[in-house]
Design a protein around this ligand. Structure first.
Ligand code: PMP
Length: 323
């Protein structure tokens, strides 16, 4: 789908997957004016195909568009675009065994051929998809986390709440450091004080305390408001857990795991679903060597995945039927 100020959105079509031909002076290549979403289509045992809360992805893309001075794609058009792609050849949606799914990537970018720095007057929106298995090679085994103390992901007034490539570009060097340190993922702290836990490179965080409370870092405009994150807040309520959204310091994480007052840590996101966090490592130390999935992590994960794959009743009305 294309957009210009004069025409609005036009030329919606589904075409075979193929490379794009891009002029070297296309705005996005220089100024990173682009946004995207990540979601999945799940096949149920009866063969039907569903997406999970697509209106939430659509709404987040509208918020991202506002931040990046891109045009808003109406929620209905976003959902219809994902439906159209999945329906174009639904054989790409894998069987539910092994928690496989079709990962869907809608994205929008500045496609005007113009080197001046201003919002692009031509925008292109595309949706692509690919079958996906488990996010981590180790499956739902605990992941190890490297604490990034040199790099932050987003500051106040920045783009942290938008799903835009620039945020990921700024996280790559920290992710590289994490791998060099033998860790799977990187954890970011707030830019202002370097004290509060924000999120991982592609996941939100949850901490289970021994008093039964579950804490997740509050959203303050600098972290991505994960759709899995907000779903888990609702799900935990139904499962009888108390969830608190508040600023959470890295010292609470370190000390809590060391003293046992934090009994489980898990991360969540569309790709990673719900993944237990084992070790937290930083320059000079580490805590937690768990190699098991804790009971709360397991319970939340199963409750969520069972809704997504149609094995449990969707009392929240989260699932959207595509095929
Ligand atoms: N934080 C970041 C930085 C992410 O990239 C993602 C993945 N989209 C998440 C959190 C989790 O968001 P969601 O649950 O919507 O996938």
């Amino acid at each position: 789908v294309e957009w210009t100020p004069e025409k609005g959105w036009y030329d919606a079509r589904v075409t075979p997957y193929a490379p794009l031909s891009i002029d070297p002076a296309t705005a996005v290549l220089h100024y990173a004016q682009e946004i995207f979403e990540g979601m999945k289509a799940y096949r149920h045992e009866d063969g039907s195909v569903w997406t999970f809360r697509p209106e939430e992805n659509a709404a987040r893309m509208v918020r991202s568009a506002r931040r990046l001075a891109l045009p808003e794609l109406p929620v209905g058009d976003f959902v219809a675009s994902v439906d159209a792609l999945v329906r174009a050849d639904e054989r790409w949606v894998p069987e539910p065994a092994g928690e496989k799914s079709l990962y869907v990537r809608p994205f929008m970018f500045a496609s005007e051929v113009f080197l001046g720095v201003r919002p692009s007057q031509h925008v292109t929106y595309l949706v692509i998809a690919s079958p996906a298995g488990a996010y981590f090679s180790k499956g739902p085994q605990p992941v190890s986390i490297w604490l990034s103390e040199d790099y932050t992901r987003a500051g106040r007034g920045g783009m942290g709440a938008a799903k835009t490539g620039g945020n990921y570009a700024s996280s790559l060097v920290a992710q590289q450091e994490a791998i060099a340190e033998g860790c799977d993922q990187v954890a970011f702290l707030d830019a202002a004080e370097g004290k509060y836990v924000e999120e991982l490179g592609g996941m939100n965080l949850y901490f289970v305390q021994d008093d039964g409370t579950i804490v997740t870092p509050a959203t303050s405009g600098t972290i991505l408001e994960g759709i899995t994150r907000s779903s888990i807040i609702e799900l935990c309520g139904k499962l009888g857990h108390r969830v608190v959204e508040r600023p959470f310091t890295v010292d609470e994480w370190r000390d809590g795991v060391a003293s046992g007052s934090i009994t489980e840590v898990f991360a969540c996101g569309t790709a990673a679903v719900v993944t237990p966090v084992g070790t937290l490592k930083w320059r000079g130390g580490s805590v937690g060597e768990g190699d098991q999935t804790g009971p709360v992590t397991q319970q939340v994960r199963t409750a969520l995945v069972d809704i997504q794959y149609g094995r449990a009743e969707d009392t929240f009305g989260w699932m959207h039927r595509v095929v």
